[in-house]
Design a protein around this ligand. Structure first.
Ligand SMILES: [Zn+2]
Length: 318
């Protein structure tokens, strides 16, 4: 259907037919004026150049930063467990970083959701011996060509070796390296495949892209995400964990409960501002011009998702 229409219709018209408002078209245009080559190649190139850093979190848990989503690592006699796979271009850097922790082999991998900046390294990690666990919707998305309008990109189905080898629906539990690991599905949030991964004894949780620490989040409406889902997931993080919990976000530095609360409050306030403007009948362009994110921009608007783009993502869902 898309191929047929694309040959006859403009991209904007195509988006309108597909149910995307002018918001999506504007979102794309702004995105590409800032990143000439598109957001996905930008993320890959940045990962290819990045130095992968390793930081100790608590007990036998560390975090690797520099290749897409933050990667958590649990070590021990059962081998290494990784949460997130980063981009495949980072294989040399990630391998080196993992060896700097210890020589344990890589035995397990968990994906918090299907997005490429969290799953692109699945194939090489699987080839090194990692079983891959994820929500059933992660496998469903990776099995077929999947389009993300907000990134203007269609991801081809992944090869068999990159697919999760074990999937679950509502929740799942693993015991490795004398550590209990509880996985739970959020329901539709940032996508329709988001799970948290909680090391219960250490009380460290990887919450994937339900939390972006200090930067505006991307929200993937094409695969089941929405501003309301993103807010509900933030509420779940606050309800399920405590001030003693260490939170590993999908993007940004590791932090705590009060910073997750700050993120939740920002989402709620921006949603309220944008919804009020939309209710007055303002177009997306007029809503962006009214700067509904202004009080947050200095802190939160300095990463890939700009204030205008974030306003567009919220506008689409209210
Ligand atoms: Zn994501």
């Amino acid at each position: 259907m898309e191929k047929f229409e694309a040959s006859k219709l403009s991209r904007r018209r195509l988006l309108e037919i597909a149910g995307f408002s002018a918001g999506a078209a504007l979102f794309d245009r702004q995105l590409f004026s800032e990143t000439k080559e598109g957001i996905v190649p930008t993320m890959v190139n940045s990962a290819a150049k990045a130095k992968i850093t390793v930081s100790a979190v608590r007990r036998n848990i560390s975090v690797l930063e520099g290749s897409g989503g933050n990667i958590a690592v649990l070590t021990g006699r059962d081998g290494k467990l990784l949460i997130e796979a980063g981009f495949a271009v980072s294989r040399p850097g990630i391998s080196k970083a993992l060896l700097s922790i210890n020589n344990d082999p890589i035995q397990h991998l968990i994906n918090t959701h299907w997005h490429t900046d969290h799953t692109d390294g699945n194939a090489w990690l699987h080839s090194e011996g990692a079983e891959i666990t994820a929500h059933e919707n992660t496998k469903k998305r990776l099995l077929v060509d999947t389009r993300v309008e907000g990134w203007d990109w269609t991801f081809p189905a992944v090869p068999a070796g990159a697919l999760p080898t074990k999937v679950f629906g509502a929740e799942h539990e693993v015991k490795l390296n004398d550590t209990r690991i509880a996985l739970k599905y959020y329901g539709p949030a940032h996508t329709d495949s988001d799970v948290w991964v909680h090391f219960t004894d250490a009380d460290v949780v990887h919450v994937g892209d339900t939390w972006w620490n200090g930067v505006y989040p991307f929200i993937d409406y094409s695969t089941g995400g929405s501003i309301d889902g993103q807010i509900q997931a933030a509420e779940a993080n606050l309800a399920m964990f405590t001030s003693k919990t260490i939170f590993i976000p999908g993007h940004g530095p590791v932090g705590g409960w009060s910073e997750v609360a700050e993120f939740r409050n920002m989402l709620v306030k921006v949603r309220e501002n944008v919804a009020a403007l939309k209710k007055q009948g303002r177009s997306l362009q007029e809503t962006i011009a009214a700067k509904p994110t202004a009080i947050y921009d200095a802190k939160w608007g300095q990463f890939l998702v700009t204030p205008a783009m974030f306003t567009g993502l919220v506008y689409q869902g209210v």
